[in-house]
Design a binder for this molecule. Structure first.
Ligand SMILES: Nc1ncnc2c1ncn2[C@@H]1O[C@H](COP(=O)(O)OP(=O)(O)OP(=O)(O)O)[C@@H](O)[C@H]1O
Ligand SMILES: [Mg+2]
Length: 260
């Protein structure tokens, strides 16, 4: 089996603070890997190491076969990245934003125009090509950001909370695009706090305080925890690991509010 990501005992320390602690996993090519965990658990730090932006403190890893220490430029050239705060230029049009990102990767004009047309179609932005990015809805902006991240045909797409603050319909549209992309062989690493999105992933990793707690398929998690509610499973992990009092369900919170 070919792997898009392979890491072994990877750690990142900031001074004496360990943000990522000896984590290991391998993601086969063409899969969607959902990286879950509470705020501050180490997801973005792991992603920064995998994108070749920060150097790990220890451990080893390869992304698309490129070494995390020696081949960081090749990694950056061969992956696509977007986050909640992806840098779109609000006063440039949809077309101009995509052209700008294409020019960073030195794509030839013909190749870029062909690819741009395909992406605009996949993302459902046909008719918006000449609209200023600043005038698009939040959901459309994220789809435009996705087009920009994909213009150079990366084999690995890294999405750090791509749908934060996006409405439910637009989130589904966004994910439809993602699943279409993986059908073409692209591997996706995605972080999200939306558990409905996580359940679409092929593999789920759960990180807490820098430790990788579990790596399973959603089906394996459902079987192990006797529920198909991923949010309940997430809360069960956090409650256990943080020795917090039982976290109330929304229904219980609502009930309590009425009793006051
Ligand atoms: N450059 C840095 N210097 C010092 N500490 C850092 C640095 N970057 C991250 N951290 C710390 O590392 C921990 C993990 O942060 P990280 O951003 O990876 O979390 P996360 O899982 O992405 O959280 P969120 O869900 O809120 O995005 C946090 O405690 C954070 O404050
Ligand atoms: Mg983060």
């Amino acid at each position: 089996m070919e792997f898009a990501i392979e890491i072994n005992n990877l750690s990142k320390k900031f001074g004496s603070f360990t943000a990522v602690n000896n984590i290991s996993f391998s993601i086969p090519k063409g899969k969607i890997f959902g990286f879950l965990g509470p705020n501050g658990s180490g997801k973005s730090t792991t992603i920064r190491m995998l994108c070749g932006v920060i150097t790990p403190t220890s451990g080893e890893g390869r992304v698309l076969g490129f070494d995390l220490y020696k081949n960081t430029e090749q990694i950056k050239q061969n992956i696509g990245y977007m986050s909640q705060r992806f840098g779109l230029y609000e006063d440039l049009t949809v077309n101009e934003n995509i052209d700008f990102y294409g020019s960073i990767y030195l794509l030839a004009k013909e190749e870029m125009n062909e690819r741009k047309k395909q992406l605009i179609e996949i993302a459902g932005l046909v008719g918006k090509e000449k609209s200023l990015a600043g005038t698009l809805s939040g959901g459309m902006k994220q789809k435009l950001a996705l087009c920009c991240a994909l213009i150079h045909q990366p084999q690995l797409l890294v999405l750090d909370e791509p749908t934060a603050g996006v409405d439910p319909v637009s989130r589904r549209e966004f994910w439809k695009v993602i699943t279409q992309l993986t059908a073409t062989g692209i591997t996706v690493l995605v972080t999200t706090h939306y558990m409905d999105e996580a359940s679409i992933c092929d593999i789920i990793g759960f990180i807490y305080n820098g430790d990788l707690i579990t790596m399973n398929t959603p089906e394996e998690l459902f079987e192990k925890h006797h529920t198909d509610n991923l949010e309940d499973i997430f809360i069960e992990y956090v409650s256990k690991l943080s020795s917090k009092d039982a976290v109330l369900s929304f229904k219980e919170i609502r009930q309590q509010g009425k009793e006051v």
